[in-house]
Design a protein around this ligand. Structure first.
Ligand code: PLP
Length: 415
């Protein structure tokens, strides 16, 4: 069990008040807060080892390089991956673009198809749509069932002609909370084409669940540091080294070369081949500390905490007047990002009323416009939980929703 009171003390931002209200942070799915160990690790780098990486031979530079590489190995350990397959990027969006530019645009040809789903974040959708435009590829989308799960029978039909060479789908939906059956869907794709490459967006999974990439049988996995309690400006593409060996660099310049002549260049080893220029050094060091923070809590314990708390929030929201929850209703196959709408009140009004009461939720389309169209909503409210939340955070949420209804809900027009 997590000691949430002790964990909260580790997050300086959570000590803040908003007016007379305690800060109730229910937006970790957008960006998690940063614990002290991460702030301290980054501060230490700037104060004691500030220098560039992979170049200097003096102690400061060696320490900076060791810290940067420790961020990489920490992430590899967290996800059960080979550190040679971990490319540090700015965020998950850049990781998805790296696959789109480095693999899809170089290896897929006119007439090939890409399998995606209707529940993707724009980060895992637009780069592949863009690549499809460039290479004349066909895009196919797995639909969802009425309770927000992927329709795997439809997926089987979508790959049946053997033309799907690449698949990109999310592990956990940032809107519906659905935990997708990654290994099963990867198996469906590979049954139709054993050489197909499977890319998964793990932005909402890695911070909340134990993830073992070797068991999931995927080729690449995108994560983002700021949702993992790390700093902004760092993420990663965690790939099978064999896939990276087949990819073209996305950005070229310093650090990523083996040799340069006036006529050309040869590339550095993986993963450095994909890390052009001076990288995000403090951020990688902070990411390593964030991974350590989550590992110390235990990802299985984090998941158990979120299952229990998520169940409580789901029940509380479902019982609240006028509230409709979107996505699976059972915590066994959903994460703790809970989207809902409130009858007669715009999500932005709910968000503003909650915000004034110190309750931070996300409102809007959550960078999932196609999914919003599927749900028939222009926006939802999303409350999302992490290690610093507990049952005390539910009441302020429900009270704020009820206050917003009292303020904004239009009375039903008599028939
Ligand atoms: N994928 C999912 C499922 C997300 O929720 C997000 C961020 O909200 C992203 C990708 C993109 O993350 P970033 O903005 O850090 O690149």
């Amino acid at each position: 069990m997590l000691d949430v009171a002790a964990i909260r003390r580790e997050f300086p931002t959570l000590q803040r008040r908003i007016g007379d209200h305690r800060l109730v942070y229910l937006d970790a799915a957008a960006s998690a807060q940063t614990p002290r160990v991460v702030l301290d690790a980054m501060d230490r780098y700037y104060r004691t080892a500030r220098s560039n990486v992979h170049r200097g031979v003096y102690p400061l530079a060696e320490e900076a390089t060791a810290g940067y590489e420790a961020g990489r190995t920490a992430l590899a350990r967290l996800l059960g991956a080979d550190p040679r397959g971990v490319v540090l990027t700015r965020n998950a969006t850049e990781a998805c673009n790296l696959v789109a530019y480095g693999y899809v645009r170089h290896h897929l040809r006119a007439g090939d198809a890409i399998l995606s789903t209707v529940m993707e974040h724009h980060a895992n959708m637009v780069p592949f749509w863009h690549a499809a435009q460039a290479n004349d590829l066909e895009l196919r989308h797995v639909p969802i069932t009425s309770d927000g799960r992927l329709d795997l029978d439809a997926a089987r039909e979508l790959v049946a002609d053997g033309r799907v060479r690449f698949a990109a789908f999310t592990h956990v939906s940032n809107v519906l909370g659905t935990i997708n059956p990654v290994a099963e869907l990867a198996g469906i794709v590979r049954a139709a084409d054993p050489h197909a490459v499977v890319h998964v967006d793990g932005a909402q999974a890695a911070p909340h669940l134990p993830v073992d990439l070797s068991a999931l049988d995927v080729d690449s996995y995108a994560v983002t540091g700021h949702k993992l309690c790390g700093p902004t400006g760092i993420g990663a593409l965690v790939a099978r080294p064999e896939l990276l060996e087949r990819m073209e660099p996305f950005m070229t310049g310093g650090e990523m070369i083996r040799d340069v002549t006036l006529d050309g260049a040869t590339w550095n080893e993986i993963p450095h081949r994909f890390e052009a220029g001076t990288p995000m050094i403090a951020e990688a060091i902070g990411l390593g500390a964030a991974v350590g923070f989550l590992e110390d809590l235990g990802l299985d314990v984090v998941r158990a905490h979120e299952v229990e708390l998520g169940g409580m929030f789901l029940a509380g929201l479902r019982d609240a007047a006028g509230v409709e929850v979107h996505g699976p209703t059972d915590m066994t196959d959903r994460g703790a990002a809970i989207s809902f709408t409130v009858e007669g009140v715009h999500p932005h009004d709910i968000g503003a009323v909650l915000g004034d009461r110190g309750v931070c939720v996300r409102v809007g389309h959550h960078c999932c416009k196609p999914l919003m169209r599927e749900l028939g909503a222009s926006a939802t409210v999303r409350a999302s939980l992490h290690v610093h939340n507990d049952a005390d955070d539910l009441e302020p949420l429900l009270e704020g929703i009820s206050a917003a209804r009292a303020m904004f809900a239009r009375p039903a027009v008599p028939a």
